[in-house]
Write a protein that binds this ligand. Structure first.
Ligand code: HEC
Length: 103
């Protein structure tokens, strides 16, 4: 009886998707928003393209949800007025580019 195996595989992969705190995202839009609203300070602090903020030793984040929350926190503290779906685009782009959290 093969069906249960296939069904549970489908469930597992479905669960992996559902776990991402940002559902469907637009990565190129996230990159553009990030460039517009987010790099200035990080560049001032770390030089270069500012991405050392995301790759430094002792960085504060350890999963996707914390990343999304940090993006939201920076958004509100700098008054960038991004919508939640825009925060999600940025967080997902940062994850793909720098953090590589799989949960
Ligand atoms: C006004 C300056 C400023 C702007 C603009 C800014 N940030 Fe930050 N950001 C900071 C500072 C300062 C820290 C580090 C705080 C610390 O080291 O405790 C930080 C840290 C972060 C981190 C955590 C890095 C890590 O892994 O430890 C993320 C993610 C982040 N910012 C995302 C964003 C996003 C997304 C935007 C645009 C919406 C943004 N930031 C705009 C100042 C800024």
């Amino acid at each position: 009886m093969r069906l249960p195996i296939i069904a549970s595989l489908a469930l597992l992969s479905g669960a992996a998707w559902a776990d991402a705190p940002w559902g469907k995202v637009d990565l190129p839009a996230g990159q553009a928003l990030h460039e517009k609203h987010c790099t200035s300070c990080h560049v001032r602090m770390y030089g270069g393209d500012g991405s050392k903020m995301y790759t430094r030793d002792g960085r504060m984040l350890s999963n996707q949800l914390e990343l999304l929350q940090r993006v939201a926190a920076c958004n509100s503290s700098v008054n960038a007025n991004l919508f939640p779906d825009e925060e999600a685009n940025i967080a997902a782009w940062l994850n793909q580019r720098y953090y590589h959290f799989d949960n």
